[in-house]
Design a protein around this ligand. Sequence first.
Ligand code: CTP
Ligand code: MG
Length: 242
Amino acid sequence: MSTISPTPDAGPAHGRVGVVVVAAGSGARLGAGQPKAFVAIGGRRILDWAVAGACAVGDVAQVVLVVPGDYVAELTSTYAVSPAPGRAVVRVVAGGAHRSDSVRAGLAALDPRLDIVLVHDAARCLTPTGVYERVIAGVAAGDPAVVPGLPVVDTMKVVDPQGRVLHTPDRSSLRAIQTPQGFRRAALEQAHARGLDASDDAALAESCGIPVRVVDGDPRAFKVTTPADLQRAEHQIAGGAT
Ligand code: CTP
Ligand code: MG
């Protein structure tokens, strides 16, 4: 397997960026009785927050929104009638059974001219623009894969299936990884070429030897996962600290 090294054609990202927003999960841990991305926070659905956030980034030319198959027609008309503000074009496609299947569906639908691709969890619906910008800047500057991350505050333990502690990694070397994760398009395509599933795209890139760099994430890019996270998001929208 070949390894993608830093791009030789690094340069400005303007208009070269596509964002795949994955919103096709069921949201089992939220337990809202409907797919998580359709749950409203502050009067707006999670997926609409996420699309608006991606479209607000100046370098983004296209957003591919990946949703459960049953919702493609409805959302295609929604975004045809009310395009997101900004210059990005929104396209809606059906996702798959696993997150990585959904990413691949989005990647296949992306304008072939875009050579920087961000993959973003719709569930990180309130991600500030600065996180996108740091990720895009990293890829534009030559890194094939760039992910946002935060230092971890708790002590972490590696345990076996019986809960026995195997070891305690040095906390200062750990980061909690968020999205959007940015890639040179060729790197992301290589990462997904074997059709494997992982909880993030960087893990697939790492598994084929693509170097991944971490830039600063943001606590406000947290992932809505449980019912308590809905309250956190409401609070954040209302202008409170997180
Ligand atoms: N996702 C997706 N397609 C899937 C699974 C997940 O597009 N088959 C998306 C989710 O919609 C979400 C993101 O991947 O925006 C991160 O996944 P997660 O937070 O795990 O969401 P769900 O899988 O929907 O939630 P749960 O694991 O609780 O069922
Ligand atoms: Mg999931």
